[in-house]
Design a protein around this ligand. Sequence first.
Ligand code: ADP
Ligand code: MG
Length: 466
Amino acid sequence: MELTPSDLWTRVLETVRQGMPEQSYRTWLGASRATGVTDSELLIEAPSEFHVEWMEDKYGPILHQVVEKVAGRPLKLVIRCSDEAPPSPLPDVEVTSARIPAPPGPGSRRSGSQSGPPPTPSLNDRYTFDRFVVGNNNQLAWAASRAVSEKPARMYNPLFLYGNVGLGKTHLMHAVGHAILEQSPGQRVAYVTAEGFMNEMVNSIQKGTNAQFRQKYREIDLLLVDDVHFLGGREGTQEEFFHTFNALHDARKQIILTSDSPPKDLPQVEDRLVSRFEWGLVVDIKSPDYETRVAILRKKAADDNFTLDDEVMDYIARSCTSSVRELEGAVIKLLAYSSLRREDITVDLARTALKGMLRSEDRSSQPRLTAGAIRDRVAEEWNVTPEALASRRRTKDITVPRQVAMFLIKELLDPALVEIGRTFGGRDHSTVIHSIRKIEGLVDEDPEFAGRVDSLRRTLSDPGKP
Ligand code: ADP
Ligand code: MG
């Protein structure tokens, strides 16, 4: 007896499901369905173009094999997007693409109360999909981000990206913002760190402009909130954010969140927020593997117009394993080193230039750089005592050098974050991450400060040189 198309497809999926991660299954295959069968074809519908591509690229051959096996006859698999709906009759000039969500429901806030053009969000121009290298470590996060940028607020809301520092979470989130603005320039896109959100809220309370603050965040089409682990223990901010989240979600606006851990592991974040963070899709980004690291180096070289020999790329990719930020740091350092010394970039030069950064065997000839030594050197530079840096004091003259020390320890030695915390009187890992980010921000903003950090880094990583 011939199986119905949907029985046939169910059996196929059951088989395939066993051989793949459950999350991938649910994301990519779980939402597909069979719509018919002919003499030669099985017709399948998937929820988006993106699903179609993914199914064909990644699982096409396997699915095809299993289909024939289950059906017991040659059968071609034809996957289509179920959503090739006609363009919506939305009388809304902001929506320029038929791939954008259907007309807003009654809960929509696209009202006449908005005035003036949407504010330009502070998105980093370099953080686009074009510049993002897809590897095994980030494929799912990338795919989900693409899907969200194609159909905001339709499939994964919120999209929750988590992973360690420097793996591309902020980059991906900005890329969605760029993509959406490109399709529909009128969209209101807001990017904010959880800390920025809190600061703005606190200011608005002080100035009595709380109502405007609320209004602003509730009239947004795409809200990007970076580093939500910062909310941990900050109850007032969580409360406010909870309401913002609900208002936007109810109005079918897309929300993307990033964090250093999955929602359920966020310390001191209320259950009701955790559960909302889990409503959509939670995906992680891992450290890039060797191939991805090389691909990233190639891409950077092409995008930024510099050249590196294959051997040099290989050397860097083997040496910098923890994050993309580390890879980028190595390249910047190497380029600077070569131009300062007016020497061509060779593996030898790379070895010298990157010595302090790397864990590699190359360092064995040198006295080993330790976290304590870095802390002491930074204290000296800032004219404070090492004990003050390890203390709990929170005055600015102490916090800045303390953060710089954490930043340099992370960059030069890359120990576990808790270990860094221990060097500074047992601070927890979120404090350490916060400190590192703070310095990253300052380095980006303030060239003088960047120079100071850079010269410290140089003396630390090459103690033989003045
Ligand atoms: P996170 O937010 O996870 O800490 P970022 O998004 O700030 O990390 O990424 C750190 C740096 O690495 C950025 O300069 C970013 O452009 C770059 N980067 C990260 N992942 C990739 C990737 N897959 N392809 C290209 N560049 C990347
Ligand atoms: Mg980030």
